[in-house]
Write a protein that binds this ligand. Structure first.
Ligand code: CUA
Length: 314
């Protein structure tokens, strides 16, 4: 696209290209039919003007014509639907092994943390040609994490985790926005995304001594005496957590749920709402005691526990 009329923002990922191609198609189809209808209005207005046809004629039936004008748009919309579903699903499901980044939105800033530890505010540094998976939550109201150059946008909700993923293929600096009105300084909840060469990224990562979320989580685990119930000892009153992450657990009410981010958060905030089968409802609530970042740290720690009870260095 020409820079004097920026119909589309810069594209910095294959997903962005895919979204653009779909939009070109939608634009072309819409423009074609808008033009066709416009031309037909004028043509018919002249051709069938009352002065040329003083006595109305009864026309016959044209089933072919009716099938055509129902069938052709139907086929075109099916193409749009299939194509768009494919683009959407590709953008929705992160590939295995994607690198994690945790995002917490709050009035009015984005707080991000890399699994190696480095924290940042309103800035996101990522390596080029690497799949990045964002896990996002809000600590107050609904925000929306939006990177136009990557064609990704996700509502960020309090009390829940949402994920987004991307693989940026063009180094550069791009806009980061909040795309949901979230109060007075919503318009200032903006920042930059830096897509860097791998070596630059590693150098950047090394420039901080923020603890890794999993390590900070291990500390919290001890600090809040979680070991007393979730340790491996005989007196364990709760399930041992090693190897549990990512598996299905059976609840006391018969439901099977994924032991993942949302479940851990729910257990910490409202333990009674999801009791694991075979255990007493002894777990206290940590509501009001843990910040969103601390919950993410604990999740990172639990995720790092292997079935043998040791920690996995990721
Ligand atoms: Cu956060 Cu708008």
């Amino acid at each position: 696209m020409h820079s004097w009329i920026e119909l589309f923002p810069v594209s910095a990922s294959l997903h962005a290209d895919a979204v653009d191609h779909l939009y070109y198609f939608l634009l072309i189809v819409s423009a074609f039919f808008a033009f066709l209808i416009f031309v037909l209005i004028i043509t018919f207005a002249i051709r069938y003007h009352r002065s040329r046809n003083p006595i109305p004629q009864q026309l016959g039936e044209y089933p072919e014509l009716e099938f055509a004008w129902a069938g052709i748009p139907f086929l075109i919309t099916i193409v749009m639907f299939t194509w768009a579903s494919k683009v959407y699903m590709d953008g929705e499901i992160p590939p295995k092994g994607a690198q994690d980044v945790y995002v917490v939105g709050k009035q009015w800033m984005w707080k991000l943390q890399h699994p190696e530890g480095r924290r940042e505010i309103d800035e996101l540094h990522v390596p080029v040609n690497t799949a990045i998976k964002l896990t996002l939550t809000s600590q107050d109201v609904i925000h929306s994490f939006f990177i136009p150059a990557l064609r990704i946008k996700q509502d960020v909700l309090p009390g829940q985790y949402r994920t987004l993923w991307f693989n940026a293929n063009r180094p550069g600096t791009y806009h980061l926005f909040c795309a949901e009105y979230c109060g007075t300084n919503h318009s200032k909840m903006i920042g930059s995304v830096y897509v860097m060469e791998e070596s630059d990224y590693q150098a950047w990562l090394a420039g901080s001594d923020d603890p890794r979320p999993a390590d900070a989580g291990a500390k919290l685990f001890t600090q809040y005496d979680c070991m007393n119930c979730h340790g491996t000892g005989q007196r364990a009153r709760g399930p041992t957590l090693g190897g549990l992450y990512g598996t299905d657990v059976l609840l006391a009410d018969g439901r099977r749920v994924l032991f993942g981010e949302d479940f851990i958060r729910q257990k910490l905030m409202d333990p009674g709402s999801a009791r694991i089968a075979g255990f007493n409802p002894d777990m206290p609530t940590f509501k009001g005691q843990l910040s969103e970042e601390q919950i993410i740290d604990l999740i990172a720690y639990i995720k790092s526990l292997t079935a043998e009870g040791s920690r996995e260095r990721r």
